[in-house]
Write a protein that binds this ligand. Structure first.
Ligand code: ATP
Ligand code: MG
Length: 776
């Protein structure tokens, strides 16, 4: 018999029932991990609908689109699919991108505006810095981008920046007095290109709601019930949107856990949750204490760690679940060994308890740590999936195809145009592009418009040969636009991939990498096809290219999960928020890595790291493992490691040491808050690791490379088993540094080292015991 809403509510405990059945007015649920906050939110929506609230009047904001999809699925199971379909549910970015498209003209934007991803923003900022003749070592484009992003998240517009002496002074002190100018140019260029970056989606929504009271009224009336999950991680801009929209009906329901606030570094403001009661009138506060997710050992261990934070709300979290096994702590010599241990432990647990791969997750502090885990899992033939890292849509070949699609939807899109105007090569050089850019900036028009009007702009001094090439490009894009009026998104995308020469270019390449890229494009086209079909099922339309591009632009790192195959999950702790796994491995628990070396200067930074550890540990349902190594390659150097203070902060009675913990050498934390702002260099307890910063490591590409180079070989050819014959002159491949030539060898046995000149120019001495080298 089909369950009705009452059956579902009967599954809740009494503390959960109250917020679920809460009538009107503002409410907040503050509760620890695994206590059912997300479940309450989900059931509450179903309950409201069963009480006659129209799905169109409910807005629910989640941390990922995947979480929204899952929630919608659950609600659909309770109230029926046709009703649930109409709910507005998604991340802040995806929901407000939709609203901005509807209202774009009010802000002077086209409704087909492009969404610039972080890379697009960085590229644009980098060209502005260059155009202004600024020193790129002082004005580092990534830093400038993150500064501009933080302005936007605090709603500091260009005008507000220029009115704020303090901000300008801070930039001048940092020897970057022209940040304001870059900010202004960046905003203008985005506007001219009909593009919004991620932060604009929130900033412009705020602008829309403030400048146009009738628009605000429209959405206030529409979204009579607003619900927000993970409220502790909202930033100022998000806070204001929620505040404005809920102002009329005050039916705002937020759930969160201050102990799980982990995005302060990106502007999230923990005060949003702490001040909620002050922001609304007559707030009803609910607390949940019973954890349903984890064993007693895990719940109590997590409580004992978070106790060390001073800034927190007091909470009791307990569980009726069984005690479970103690948390296993293991010390390994290197990260390679750590990977092998985790892989074999997963293997053994699988055998012993008859588990699936999907019952396991490996969490780490930084993306780079996935490599050792991947190597080990591969060797054991354990399927895994990495979340985050270089996402599919960030791959070069995919971005190339998407760039063409973006131009045809919005020809003003400057970054997309620059990306492919001469790719595949069609003889349009850098000088021509620069001339076009300068002219476009001068007339405040898009580059594409300048290209369309070249004959009227003799001052451009472009010769007739180049002009023909530019004309051909314009004609090609226009032909795509014409096709797009009648054909569906898949047909257009396929046509574009062929006609632009992208496919031919990769076919010509013929290398294993080229083949892999070709396969990726095929995969992208499959994705467009799926999108078209899905859309047809959903609302009978075929789905436009513009809608597809929006989906892609806003896919969060977790959204790649199709959930249809059985794999071990690998991800950073930041991404694991809200999720749960029966068996959990938290790796790399070492001082300077976790807590991160960058976060040990003030108490508040350290407390955020501790909350991150709390989030990690509370993802575990049945069994948790903590591992650390004695030495690890960091930024190309082998460094000695010490166990993380977080291990020691767990009450010992919940731990089982598989190896004796070795001595801790760090000094206790200096309470920086007492001294106010402190000189960070003096506070640093250990010498910072020098060397080049870590590159985002495309592990999949690297592993593909290794597999392709030595078919069927791989592991047996690695030189880190010392028996391998390695001599001067050998060409080797290192998983991180790429190809190189062995210059000389020195030392014997376990101390044997190879000096290798890598193709990228670096000369490195590597200890063979640790180095992962493939002899080619
Ligand atoms: P987090 O802080 O990690 O986001 P949360 O508070 O949102 O956690 P949920 O994810 O909603 O917690 O719930 C944790 C787990 O406990 C889920 O598997 C959920 O289905 C289960 N659960 C919650 N409440 C109950 C209940 N009353 N009976 C049985 N299981 C429950
Ligand atoms: Mg949750």
């Amino acid at each position: 018999m089909k369950k009705n809403i009452q059956d579902y509510i009967a599954e809740l405990n009494s503390a959960q029932k109250e917020p679920t059945l809460h009538k009107e007015g503002p409410m907040i649920v503050i509760a620890g991990a695994g206590s059912g906050k997300t479940r309450v939110l989900t059931y509450r929506i179903a309950y409201l609908m069963s009480e006659g609230v129209d799905a169109f009047n409910i807005l629910s904001l989640t941390f990922t689109n995947k979480a929204a999809r899952e929630m919608k699925g659950r609600i659909a199971a309770i109230v029926g699919n046709s009703e649930a379909k109409n709910l507005w549910m998604g991340t802040f970015h995806s929901i407000f991108a939709k609203i901005l498209r509807i209202e774009a003209d009010k802000l002077g934007y086209p409704s087909n505006f492009t969404i610039y991803d972080t890379q697009d923003s960085q590229r644009l900022i980098s060209s502005i810095i260059k155009e202004k003749g600024l020193d790129k070592d002082v004005y580092k484009y990534k830093q400038v981008q993150s500064r501009i992003s933080s302005f936007k998240n605090s709603l500091i517009t260009v005008k507000a920046y220029y009115q704020n002496g303090e901000l300008q002074e801070a930039d001048a002190m940092a020897k970057r007095p022209r940040i304001g100018e870059i900010y202004q140019e960046y905003v203008e260029r985005c506007f001219k290109a009909g593009a919004m970056d991620f932060d604009d989606l929130l900033l412009r929504t705020n602008e829309l709601l403030t400048r146009f009271p009738e628009v605000l009224a429209k959405y206030q009336n529409r979204f009579r019930y607003i619900l927000v999950d993970e409220y502790q991680d909202t930033n100022h801009s998000q806070y204001l949107i929620v505040k404005a929209l809920s102002d009329k009906f005050q039916n705002i329901c937020v759930v969160g856990d201050d102990a799980q606030s982990i995005y302060a570094f990106r502007g999230a403001n923990i005060n949003n949750i702490l001040n909620f009661q002050k922001d609304y009138h007559g707030v009803k506060m609910y607390r949940l204490e019973q954890n349903y997710r984890s064993t007693k050992n895990i719940v109590e261990a997590a409580n004992s760690v978070i106790e060390h934070n001073k800034t927190k709300l007091d909470k009791d979290v307990w569980t009726h679940n069984e005690d479970g096994g103690k948390i296993k702590v293991n010390r390994l010599v290197t990260d390679g060994e750590e990977g092998r241990y985790v892989a074999s432990s997963i293997f053994e647990n699988k055998m012993e308890h008859q588990l699936n791969n999907g019952d396991f997750a490996i969490l780490y502090r930084t993306n780079a740590q996935s490599r050792a885990m991947e190597d080990a899992l591969r060797k054991r033939d354990i399927p895994y999936r990495i979340y985050g890292g270089l996402s599919f849509y960030q791959r070069k070949e995919i971005k190339d195809v998407l760039a063409y699609l973006r131009i045809l939807v919005n020809p003003a899109d400057e970054e997309a145009l620059k990306r492919v105007i001469n790719y595949p090569a069609r003889g349009i050089g850098q000088t021509t592009l620069e001339k076009l850019t300068i002219t476009a900036n001068h007339y405040k028009r898009s580059i594409f418009e300048v290209m369309q009007n070249i004959q009227k702009l003799p001052e451009l001094k472009i010769n007739s040969g180049t002009r023909t090439k530019l004309d051909n490009f314009v004609t090609m894009i226009q032909s795509f636009q014409i096709m797009n009026q009648n054909a569906n998104a898949f047909e257009v995308a396929e046509h574009v991939a062929k006609k632009t020469g992208l496919l031919q270019e990769l076919k010509k390449d013929g290398t294993p990498e080229g083949v892999a890229r070709l396969e990726n494009i095929e995969e992208l086209l499959n994705g467009v096809k799926d999108f078209v079909e899905e859309q047809k099922e959903l609302d009978g339309t075929t789905g436009s290219l513009a809608e597809f591009l929006e989906d892609v632009a806003l896919a969060t790192d977790l959204d790649q999960d199709t959930g249809d195959d059985d794999r071990v999950a690998l991800m950073t702790i930041h991404l694991s928020k809200g999720l749960e796994f029966p068996y959990l491995y938290i790796v790399g628990l070492e001082e300077d890595l976790f807590p991160s070396a960058m976060s040990m200067n003030t108490r508040s930074e350290l407390e955020e790291e501790r909350r991150l550890f709390y989030v990690a540990l509370t993802r575990a349902e049945k069994q948790a493992y903590l591992t650390y190594t004695q030495s690890r390659y960091r930024w190309g150097k082998l460094v000695d490691c010490e166990p993380s203070r977080f291990i020691e902060e767990i009450d010992e009675k919940y731990l089982e040491y598989l190896t004796p913990i070795h001595e801790r050498r760090y000094k206790p934390m200096i309470d920086a808050d007492i001294f106010g702002e402190v000189d960070k260099s003096k506070l640093r307890l250990k010498k910072p690791v020098s060397g080049t910063p870590p590159k985002r490591f495309d592990s999949e590409a690297a592993s593909r490379k290794l597999r392709k180079i030595k078919p069927g070989g791989g592991a047996s050819n690695t030189a880190n088993n010392l028996g391998t014959t390695l001599e001067a002159g050998n060409i080797v491949e290192h998983i991180r540094f790429g190809k190189g030539k062995v210059v000389r060898l020195e030392g014997v046995g376990g101390d044997k080292k190879a000096e290798i000149l890598f193709e990228n120019g670096g000369l490195k001495k590597l200890l063979l015991r640790f180095a992962k080298l493939n002899v080619i």
